[in-house]
Structures are given as structure tokens and as C-alpha cells.
Design a protein around this ligand. Structure first.
Ligand SMILES: Nc1ccn([C@@H]2O[C@H](COP(=O)(O)OP(=O)(O)OP(=O)(O)O)[C@@H](O)[C@H]2O)c(=O)n1
Ligand SMILES: C[C@](O)(CO)[C@H](O)COP(=O)(O)O
Length: 248
């Protein structure tokens, strides 16, 4: 739980060090354009749009920190927000850990947000921060599923895979980011699993393995992750609709 003696400051860590293999050949995914602006800049603006967030730590591709720093300097970002850039690691988990290591001592709450979710609305960001400030050590935004999900025995690509079970769909949620945490809880989770741990595909998964409670708040359809080429088509369409609605 949070240390009440510390002032309450919320920072966002944005892992942006991935290659974007599933998106196809090109620049690292976070640096690819969406509506003419790098996806990372959209993600940074989405975090800085929250009045709660006063620091954004961008975790850049390992050899791309100077380029990312220049990128942030070139784009208009809120002046009240501080920005740090650090080099990332080989996995998302390592990159998040490197971002956490860069946080100053006065940060009490941390959001971890994929650069690959450039269009998350500020209301979703605020809902996550507020749940953490209300005392939840770990908060994830998530949506119910539209598809039925099967657990299978994974086989060779293209080969039929035996179905093992069908989880009850109404109990499942598709988890998004930003995920919000009490800083000490998240740091403990990452330290425990940094070396030889089981790992997890999201930060809340590490906190669950610590035994700490994680709660879900409503996510948003526009907080989807740009993973494959079709996601980029959808992201361009969402952005174009927003720009048309805003009249620019
Ligand atoms: N070594 C890594 C790998 C991923 N990420 C970041 O974690 C987020 C979620 O990862 P994902 O969408 O899987 O991105 P990539 O790893 O780039 O995609 P792919 O798996 O297709 O290569 C992205 O913002 C990505 O930049 C990171 O910071 N460091
Ligand atoms: C953190 C995450 O976005 C939650 O859905 C997801 O687990 C990241 O997975 P990826 O394979 O690293 O994109």
C-alpha cells in the first residue's frame, strides 16, 4: 500500500522499445506514423492529457533514446508535464522495469501504458488513476469479450489443435492499458520477477503473482492495441473521425 508520508505524485511509464514484428517491416512500431504523427507522440499526449499525470517516462528502443528525445522536443506537449527518456530492454517486462528504475523518489503512483495504444481516451486514464488514489494497489481497464474463447493444446502452425476447455465468457475480460499501481507494489512485483521469475504478459499479472489484489475498471474500445496491419487501418479511421468532430 502507499506510503502516506510521501506527497502524492503520479507518473506514467510508456514502454515503446518493441520492434512491431506483427505490424510488418518498417521502423520500430512506436515511431510509425498515425495521422502523420508518430504513434508514441499520441500515447504520450494521451497520458499528459490527464491532470493527474505530471511525469511521463518513455522507454525507447535500446539504441533510439536520442531520437525519441528529439521527437518529443519537436512535438507540442503540455508544459506542466515533465518528460524523461530511457533506453529499453529485450522484453516488455524488462523495458517497464527500466522505466520504473528512472522514477524520482516523490512518485507514489505509476501508470504503465503501451505506446501501441495511442488512442486511449483521457477519461479511461483518469478512471484508472482515481481507483489507485482511492486505495487499490493495482487497477486494470478491461472490456468484456465479443468472441467465445477456447483453451487448446497448442500444435504446429496450421495443424488442428485439440480443445481443452471453454472458459465461461461472461467472467472473462480483455485487458488494456494504462494499468495503474501503487508504486511500491509494482516495484516489488518487478523486482521479484526480474530474474528467473515466471513473468507475465502484463504488469498486473506480476502483481497477481505477488498475491496482491488487482481490480478491473471499464476500459474503452478506442484503447485497442495496434498490433497487426488491420489495427493501423482502424486507428487511422478513429483518428480521422476525432479530427472531423473537433473541426481540424
Ligand atoms: N522489448 C520491448 C517489447 C515491447 N515493448 C513495448 O510494449 C508495448 C506492447 O508490446 P507489443 O504491442 O507487443 O509491441 P511489440 O513488441 O513492438 O510488437 P511485436 O510483438 O509485434 O514485435 C509496445 O508499446 C512496445 O513498444 C517494449 O517497450 N520493449
Ligand atoms: C499489456 C497488454 O497490452 C495488456 O493487454 C498486453 O498483454 C501486451 O501484450 P504484447 O504481446 O506485449 O503486445
Amino acid at each position: 500500500m502507499s506510503d502516506q508520508s510521501r506527497p502524492y505524485r503520479t507518473a506514467a511509464v510508456i514502454p515503446a522499445a518493441g520492434r512491431g514484428v506483427r505490424l510488418g517491416p518498417g521502423a520500430p512500431k512506436a515511431l510509425r506514423a498515425l495521422g502523420g504523427t508518430p504513434m508514441l507522440v499520441h500515447a504520450v499526449r494521451a497520458m499528459a492529457a490527464s491532470r493527474h499525470v505530471s511525469l511521463v517516462v518513455v522507454v525507447a528502443p535500446p539504441d533510439g533514446a536520442p531520437e525519441v528525445r528529439n521527437l518529443l522536443d519537436e512535438h507540442a506537449l503540455p508544459e506542466r508535464t515533465e518528460f524523461l527518456v530511457v533506453p529499453g530492454g529485450d522484453t516488455r517486462q524488462e523495458s517497464v522495469k527500466l522505466g520504473l528504475d528512472a522514477l524520482p523518489a516523490d512518485v507514489s503512483a505509476v501508470l504503465v501504458h503501451d505506446a501501441a495504444r495511442p488512442l486511449v481516451p483521457v477519461d479511461t486514464v483518469d478512471a484508472v488513476v482515481e481507483a489507485v488514489r482511492d486505495g487499490a494497489p493495482a487497477v486494470v481497464p478491461a472490456l468484456p469479450l465479443a468472441d467465445t474463447v477456447k483453451e487448446v493444446e497448442p500444435g504446429a502452425p496450421g495443424e488442428p489443435e485439440p480443445v481443452l476447455s471453454t472458459p465461461v465468457r461472461s467472467r472473462l475480460r480483455a485487458v488494456q492499458t494504462p494499468q495503474g499501481f501503487d508504486r511500491d507494489t509494482l516495484v516489488r512485483a518487478h523486482e521479484r520477477f526480474a530474474v528467473g521469475g515466471e513473468g507475465a504478459t502484463d504488469d498486473a499479472g506480476l502483481v497477481e503473482q505477488l498475491g496482491a489484489p488487482v481490480v478491473v475498471v471499464p476500459g474503452h474500445e478506442e484503447a485497442f492495441k495496434v498490433t497487426r496491419p488491420l489495427d493501423l487501418v482502424l486507428a487511422e479511421a478513429v483518428l480521422a473521425r476525432r479530427r472531423a468532430n473537433d473541426g481540424f
